[in-house]
Design a protein around this ligand. Structure first.
Ligand code: CA
Length: 224
């Protein structure tokens, strides 16, 4: 073999050895753990219009880390069957099945779930492990009772410019899944066919004099 090729081969072997020696550190950098603190402020004080007399609660929360080829919800897009069931009746199993299917197709990384929040205002907390292969985070939970209103975040970047996000804060708004035509919190079921697009709830329930009423906030913190 010519000397130049030999040089390249031995240089490649040296690089490979270096990579192998460095791999534990690199592997660590590929993983991170985040704490998600979800503070729900939705209450008669913040959103008085027709606020449900029996009080509000949030359904089980379903979330995931994912690539951009998966979307939990997006403004102007149609809700999946899983999002529809979660937003209308707080049922998480169809959305979880969709996530497991997307996980099999390498679009979703970690799937997580939290118990329902029986009383609002209140707090929900999740610990989520992530890898750089799945750099986005989304979650949803139903605002209950309601026709098909939910809150959550979609496509939160866990990685920016190749580096893990250390801390970020977000506001939570009320979204309409576009799958039920009920106009009040306790309206009877009125299936919307075909489904309309996902959009912010802009009725008086969540639109005040100073604009859209937030239902809470989220603190994302990298803990590992
Ligand atoms: Ca429906």
């Amino acid at each position: 073999m010519p000397a130049s090729v030999r040089t390249i081969v031995s240089a490649s072997i040296a690089l490979l050895l270096a990579a192998l020696l460095l791999s534990p550190a690199l592997a660590d950098e590929e993983k991170a753990t985040f704490e998600l603190t979800i503070n729900i402020t939705w209450s008669p004080g913040t959103a008085p219009f027709e606020y449900p007399k029996a009080g509000g609660h949030l359904s089980r929360l379903v979330g995931a880390t994912h690539r951009n080829r998966y979307s939990m919800f997006r403004d102007g897009h149609t809700a999946s069957s899983g999002l529809e069931a979660l937003a209308e009746i707080g049922r998480p199993d169809i959305l979880k099945a969709e996530l497991l299917d997307a996980q099999r197709r390498s679009r979703v990384g970690t799937i997580f779930e939290l118990p329902r929040l029986d009383k609002v205002p209140g707090q929900m907390k999740a610990i989520v492990s992530a890898t750089k292969e799945y750099p986005l985070l989304s979650f949803v939970t139903m605002l209950a009772p309601s026709p098909d209103w939910f809150t959550g975040l979609s496509d939160v970047p866990l990685v920016l410019d190749g580096k893990w996000t250390e801390a970020a804060d977000f506001q939570l708004l009320a979204w309409d899944a576009g799958s039920d035509s009920g106009k009040t919190y306790v309206a009877p079921n009125a299936d919307t066919q075909p489904r309309q697009s996902v959009r912010l709830v802009s009725t008086r329930h969540f639109l005040g004099r100073r604009g859209l009423i937030t239902v809470g906030s989220v603190k994302l913190r990298r803990v590992k």
